[in-house]
Ligand binder design. Structure first.
Ligand SMILES: Cc1cc2nc3c(=O)[nH]c(=O)nc-3n(C[C@H](O)[C@H](O)[C@H](O)COP(=O)(O)O)c2cc1C
Length: 226
């Protein structure tokens, strides 16, 4: 089984990738996995220019000759795609958004209605792929912080795309925070094991992973004392 990990953090020591790496460590208990990690910040991926040539006369090919071709090729061949990135301005970082926008050649211009949503019909059938989004963020508040991203993922990738949203992730690279971060990282290892066998997460596991490490007030107090 092919697992493609798209790391969207621009940092060498990504807080979010600490979670994702623990998750992958758990997944590796299953021996038939082929895992590839792509660091998107190192790729040359230009923004979509909105010409719709990929829909009109290029039969699903973007005219831009850059690394998005490689991403789409690997995306098509993968069984599971794990997106890992930090929350930026209540959304995904711009270089990750460029990758998402440039996925439009996977669809056609033709519109259809699915469960009350108008979508573009697929040109490539990606319906069997498992999608998991792991996102970290700097604020302690949860619902209003991730809401925009959640809706975007649901609309763009469909209701089956799974998400793990984690608050307070800058703590993950702080040595003094280890008494709080190590138990969370261990939960990600366990979750990875579960996911590798079930290719889905249970509500219980998701809740455990998304529970803040510190109460909001304590976290704010610590941040403001730095
Ligand atoms: C440009 C920018 C925008 C950000 N926007 C948000 C935000 O909207 N909400 C939030 O909680 N954290 C925000 N953050 C904080 C990051 O999500 C946080 O530092 C995260 O742990 C970084 O993860 P990484 O190390 O994996 O890149 C932002 C950080 C940057 C640099």
């Amino acid at each position: 089984m092919k697992i493609l990990v798209l790391n969207g953090s621009p940092k060498d020591k990504s807080d979010t990738m600490r979670l994702t790496s623990s998750f992958l460590k758990g997944m590796k208990k299953r021996k038939d996995l082929e895992i590839e990690i792509i660091h998107l910040i190192k790729k040359n991926i230009k923004p979509c220019v909105g010409c719709f040539r990929c829909w009109k006369n290029n039969e699903g090919q973007c005219f831009q000759d850059d690394d998005q071709k490689e991403i789409m090729d690997k995306y098509e061949k993968a069984d599971v795609i794990i997106w890992s990135f930090p929350l930026y301005s209540y959304a995904m970082p711009s270089h990750v958004k460029a990758v998402v926008d440039r996925l439009i050649p996977f669809n056609k211009m033709t519109m259809k209605e699915v469960n009350g949503h108008v979508v573009h019909a697929p040109r490539v059938d990606l319906s069997s792929k498992k999608l998991l989004f792991i996102a970290g963020c700097g604020f302690p508040n949860f619902d209003d912080n991730f809401e925009g991203l959640k809706i975007m993922i649901e609309n763009k990738f469909g209701p089956k795309a799974e998400t793990i949203f984690v608050s307070e992730t800058p703590m993950l690279n702080e040595k003094e925070a280890e008494p709080l971060t190590t138990p969370l990282l261990n939960k990600f290892v366990e979750a990875g094991k579960y996911y590798s066998l079930n290719l889905s997460l249970s509500e219980k596991i998701k809740k455990e992973l998304e529970t803040p490490m510190l109460p909001k007030e304590t976290y704010i107090k610590i941040v403001n004392s730095l």
